[in-house]
Design a protein around this ligand. Structure first.
Ligand SMILES: [Zn+2]
Length: 109
């Protein structure tokens, strides 16, 4: 070995190991960050560094992979059946329901 490339290779290896020691861990998001990034990714396009960090995290974390599957499933279900979603969440109470709640509150129940 030796020659002109050896020194260069050594420098590159040094850079990579420095990157692994410092950069890699800052690049790797925590579970909290990863779940935030996954919901961000549903609405917008993530930057390269965010996507890289997230995919590194997902490689090693099955919990976040599972979480990602769940939120994508919920997103798709909400898209496919928007009518069920608005049925499940009443926009306002009926007059009857409002009166019933008022009476109970006044009765101190
Ligand atoms: Zn995780």
């Amino acid at each position: 070995m030796g020659g002109p490339f050896a020194a260069e290779a050594k420098t590159i290896l040094k850079k990579i190991s420095a990157l692994l020691k410092s950069g890699f861990y800052t690049l790797l998001p925590t579970c909290r960050d990863a779940s935030r990034l996954q919901s961000e990714a549903l609405d917008e396009h993530l930057s390269f560094s965010k996507r890289l960090g997230l995919s590194l995290h997902l490689l090693i974390c099955k919990w976040c992979r599972r979480y990602g599957k769940q939120i994508r499933f919920l997103r798709d279900a909400a898209h496919e059946h928007p009518e069920n979603l608005s049925d499940a969440v009443p926009q306002k109470l009926s007059n009857e329901a409002r009166e019933r709640i008022k009476r109970r509150l006044q009765a101190g129940e």
